[in-house]
Design a protein around this ligand. Structure first.
Ligand code: ZN
Length: 160
């Protein structure tokens, strides 16, 4: 496994649309492992492949219950809404409130190529939406309601 360099806002690759994975081979599995390592190293709750310069529909998420690796994720159902503070590993030292669904259902392939349907609420739902947006070149700053002061020490910011 290896750490990958996280691309920062302003890098045009973050605005491109990622292509679906057609074959789950060793390269894709290595990519997923490297993404988990890079996310953990940066203390993030999620990372999408374009954030490390790879335009493939692959994301990793860890909201504190262990890493979830998603290949070709697709949000198939959304319900409710919540407004929470979001950050992004590609946009350091910044955070803002974003409205997201309270509950989402996502369909994806795992490393074995099995189709998984996962339901997420709260932070997990937010992370899924945030990461899937990255695959379409969308950043949370496109949807931000209001930026918040993250110098306040008691504020817990989850970077995705
Ligand atoms: Zn992000």
């Amino acid at each position: 496994m290896a750490l990958r360099r996280i691309r920062l806002e302003g890098d045009p690759i973050l605005r491109k649309k990622s292509r679906p994975v057609e074959e789950i081979n060793e390269r894709i599995k290595t990519l997923l492992d490297d993404m988990v390592e890079t996310m953990n190293d940066a203390d993030g709750v999620g990372l999408a492949a374009p954030q490390i310069g790879i335009l493939r529909r692959v994301v990793v998420i860890d909201v504190g219950e262990g890493p979830i690796k998603m290949i070709n994720p697709e949000i198939i159902e959304v319900e409710g809404s919540r407004i929470e503070i979001e950050g992004c590993l590609s946009i350091p030292n910044k955070a803002g409130t974003v409205e997201r669904p309270e509950r989402v259902k996502v369909k994806y392939l795992n490393e074995e190529g099995e189709e998984i349907i996962l339901e997420g609420t709260g932070l997990l739902a937010t992370a899924i939406c945030h990461e899937v947006d990255h695959l379409d070149g969308i950043l949370y700053t496109d949807k931000v309601i209001e930026y918040v002061d993250i110098t306040a020490e008691d504020e817990e910011i989850e970077e995705e």
